[in-house]
Design a protein around this ligand. Structure first.
Ligand code: KG4
Ligand code: ZN
Length: 336
């Protein structure tokens, strides 16, 4: 199966055999393009996908002796994501599938993240409980069976990744914020700035934490800040980054742990871009000593097409192919 993913700022293609064996996985990142703007610019992203999609698919197919002739099916992300970006991948995949007479399936990006755990761990089968933490989502999802997922917890406001990205901006660290905060936090003291832990029953929330960070920075006083309003002293930045990261990890672990208790989860997975965070990975591993925990490798945490191949293969098996002309859905709310 050839899988294509263009929902946000990575142009990705992968070849996955029988849902679980990654033959090739290629990701072309647009980070440099968007970094100067401090975030993803949708129109620029869609244009960059148009330029990259052909070469990225060619590179993914280079892993097959027969190239396109060895492809049996096509999967593509149809949502959620940026409309213009989704359209590039969906039109490319559908054109290729129609031209070659191949079955095609539209896949939810969030199902892809949930299935990245199944893809990375041959011993993992549903039911499992997944903490899904990305730039757009912070959810706890139970995959009860293939094709049967239920969201048990979500965020009331920002997603965890979005909170990392905004915090990085407040601290004058680069984009994307998650990796920048993690690098800075490694040299910091997480106990120096006490930041709040929001506790909302059955939900997550990061806006209070973000505001608290903003006020903590402001209260450093004008002389401690650059013209851009970020802290001058690198030690202060490191300590704030460490304090912020710990507060986010605390909140995510609390939500995951209380939900796992409530539903008597037997297996745990952490997926999505924020699952690349080593403090989160360590905290989850430390907490769930009695339960098997799946933490996909970093390359399967951040956006990639291999996870779309895994979710797409399951979907194709269960539901059969989609008809040509599948609509993209920027607000698609589906986890399997
Ligand atoms: O899953 P993903 O690649 O794209 C979306 O579906 O949104 O997640 C991207 C998010 C960004 O907000 C990024 O800052 C965050 O994941 N992220 C991290 C780390 N690596 C990426 N957050 C914390 N620590 C990291 N190491
Ligand atoms: Zn994602």
């Amino acid at each position: 199966m050839l899988a294509v993913e263009t929902s946000c700022d990575e142009t990705a293609a992968a070849v996955v055999r029988d849902g679980r064996e990654v033959v090739s996985s290629v990701v072309s990142s647009q980070i440099a393009l968007h970094a100067v703007h401090g975030g993803v610019v949708p129109d620029l992203a869609a244009r960059a996908h148009l330029e990259a999609i052909g070469p990225v698919v060619d590179e993914a197919l280079a892993g097959l002796a027969g190239g396109w002739d060895d492809v049996d099916a096509v999967a593509v992300t149809r949502g959620p994501g940026l409309a213009g970006c989704l359209l590039v991948g969906a039109l490319y995949a559908q054109s290729a599938a129609v031209a070659r007479g191949l079955p095609m399936v539209g896949v939810s990006h969030m199902a892809g993240h949930v299935y990245s755990a199944w893809l990375s761990d041959p011993s993992l089968e549903p039911p499992y409980l997944a903490l899904v933490v990305s730039g757009g989502h912070s959810d706890v999802v139970a995959l009860r069976d293939h094709g049967d997922a239920v969201r048990l917890v979500s965020t009331r406001d920002d997603a965890a990744g979005e909170a990392f990205d905004k915090a990085a901006r407040l601290l004058g660290l680069g984009y994307p914020g998650g990796p920048a905060i993690e690098r800075s936090a490694a040299a910091g003291d997480p106990s120096r700035y006490p930041l709040p832990r929001t506790r909302v029953a059955g939900a997550m929330s990061f806006s209070g934490l973000k505001t608290a960070l903003r006020y903590t920075v402001r209260d450093l006083g004008l002389t401690a800040l650059t013209d851009e309003g970020t802290p001058r002293d690198p030690a202060v930045v490191h300590d704030l980054a460490a304090s912020f990261q710990l507060a986010v990890v605390d909140q995510l672990l609390h939500s995951l742990a209380t939900t796992a208790d409530r539903v008597h989860a037997t297996r745990i997975a952490v997926v999505g871009g924020v699952a690349a965070n080593s403090a989160l990975r360590a905290a989850v591993q430390q907490h769930f000593t009695g339960l098997p925990v799946t933490l996909p490798p970093l390359s399967l945490c951040t956006d990639n097409a291999a996870m779309i191949g895994a979710a797409g293969w399951q979907r194709l098996r269960r539901c059969g192919p989609d008809l040509p002309g599948i609509a993209v859905d920027p607000t698609l709310d589906e986890y399997a």
